[in-house]
Design a protein around this ligand. Structure first.
Ligand code: BGC
Ligand code: CA
Length: 429
């Protein structure tokens, strides 16, 4: 082959390669949008877990959808494929809403598997087809730990699901799944894999189920689970969030540096404050934090269907409140390192009774869907530092009063008098 033929051949191969990749294969590899901190694993509380599998029999479980076999072998649940069977599921009889699930799993290289969470089987939907979010299990390189919408035809829920090597082939792998409100997080062998928010339409509760995938005429293949245990979250656990290192400009606009920071939501409501009936009229926020040697920076993107500051008390106006205990000493009354800061949707600042402890600066931009608050506190940061932290969205829905209150950590109305109710913010890279 002369040089020219080789060159043309090369161009063709390159062209075809590109065309082929775009037309027929997985979407191109994208960087992960949210860095998930590994030291979330620090707060271990293994003692609070209950076993879903007693190691002896399948009491508490029922099989649906397919005819694979599930047997108890040496304290494992061993699933074996059956020729011609559709996907099979061994489902808990009980439903679970918010929980942390831990289990170990081992799977034959040729078999795809997964664990369903908040899943459902109803006669009215595809004749009882098991459906719902599935945490993927497959050998490496693979998409283990990402979330797939089983049985709904919607495909992957994980926006990006790039194959990785964190699943150890032919050995036991430990999974950790945290389902807390709309947020779902997964880890495999201690490595963070997924961190996403489900849509509002997704069921808030359902069974947990072990999948043995259909394999047509192939097989038999096996998948095994052991040490399946759960801790139900009742919405009162003290939460932990993470601030990333970076410096934004405080101008009420979302600088690209905010993409470094993990997001968290104000999913807890102060129940006695809710006087509006319509859930869609509640105001909520997606919050991110950054730090440097001088400041803590916070950004809140607030969804509020009707921005209104027409109420007498500042806390009854559409506004955000930040609660900070920079000493993290968890006292039950405010002292010199605790403070409450407030900015309303028009950019007006006010403070709790202890005053402006750390110098505070904030900027507001109103948007089509609510408003954005970007602010900074003069708190010198260090890698690994922990502070007490909470954020609250006061919502005036048009009746000149506060008609709903959404918070990140404290579900009571106590944070403004009792800083021990704050969650924990950890400064990471
Ligand atoms: C606010 C306080 C306010 C109190 C009145 C709280 O949610 O944080 O600033 O004084 O409500 O009930
Ligand atoms: Ca409002």
């Amino acid at each position: 082959m002369n040089q020219l033929t080789k060159l043309l051949g090369g161009c063709f191969a390159l062209y075809f390669g590109v065309f082929h990749t775009q037309a027929f294969s997985q979407p191109p590899i994208q960087p992960r949008p949210i860095p998930i901190p590994e030291y979330y694993l620090i707060d271990d509380y293994e003692n609070d877990f209950v076993s879903l599998f007693n190691g002896l029999n399948l009491n508490g479980w029922e099989q649906k959808n397919g005819s694979a076999s599930y047997q108890v072998v040496n304290s494992t649940i061993t699933g074996t494929t059956a020729k011609g069977s559709p996907n099979s599921f061994l489902c808990t009889s009980k439903s679970y809403a918010d929980f942390e699930l831990r289990f170990e799993v081992k799977v034959d290289d040729a078999l795809n598997s997964g664990v369903q969470i908040r899943s459902i089987s109803r006669p009215g939907f595809k004749k009882g087809r098991v459906h719902g979010p599935q945490v993927e299990i497959e050998s490496s390189p693979g998409e283990s730990g990402f979330i797939y919408s089983e049985g709904t035809g919607k495909g992957w829920i994980s926006p990006s699901h790039v194959a990785h090597q964190h699943f150890k082939n032919n050995s036991w792998n430990s999974y950790r799944v945290v389902a807390d409100g709309r947020r779902i997080q997964t880890w495999i062998n201690g490595k963070p894999i997924e961190d996403l928010f489900l849509g509002d339409a997704d069921p808030a509760s359902g069974f947990i189920a072990l999948q043995v995938h259909g394999v047509g005429k192939k097989g038999p293949f096996q998948v095994q689970w052991r040490n399946i245990r759960i801790k139900e979250l009742d919405g009162t656990e003290s939460r932990t969030a993470f601030a990333a290192q970076g410096i934004p400009q405080i101008d009420g606009k979302i600088d690209p540096v905010w993409n470094r920071a993990p997001r968290f939501l104000t999913t807890r409501e102060v129940k006695q404050h809710r006087t509006i009936q319509n859930k869609n009229e509640i105001a909520t926020a997606e919050v991110r934090c950054l730090w440097d040697e001088e400041f803590l920076y916070c950004l809140a993107v607030i969804t509020d269907p009707k921005v209104d500051t027409d109420a007498e008390q500042p806390y009854e106006q559409d506004s955000i409140e930040w609660f900070i205990d920079s000493g993290l000493d968890r006292k039950t009354t405010y002292d010199q390192n605790d403070a409450q800061y407030r900015t309303n949707a028009d950019g007006q600042e006010s403070f709790g009774s202890t005053g402006n402890v750390h110098q505070y600066e904030s900027k507001v931009t109103q948007t089509d869907t609510g408003y954005i608050v970007e602010c900074r506190f003069q708190i010198p940061g260090q890698l690994g530092q922990k502070i007490g932290f909470d954020v609250q969205i006061n919502n005036n829905a048009g009746n000149r009063s506060r008609e709903s209150t959404a918070k990140w950590n404290d579900w009571t109305n106590d944070a403004h008098t009792d800083p021990s109710k704050l969650g924990t913010l950890i400064f990471q890279k």
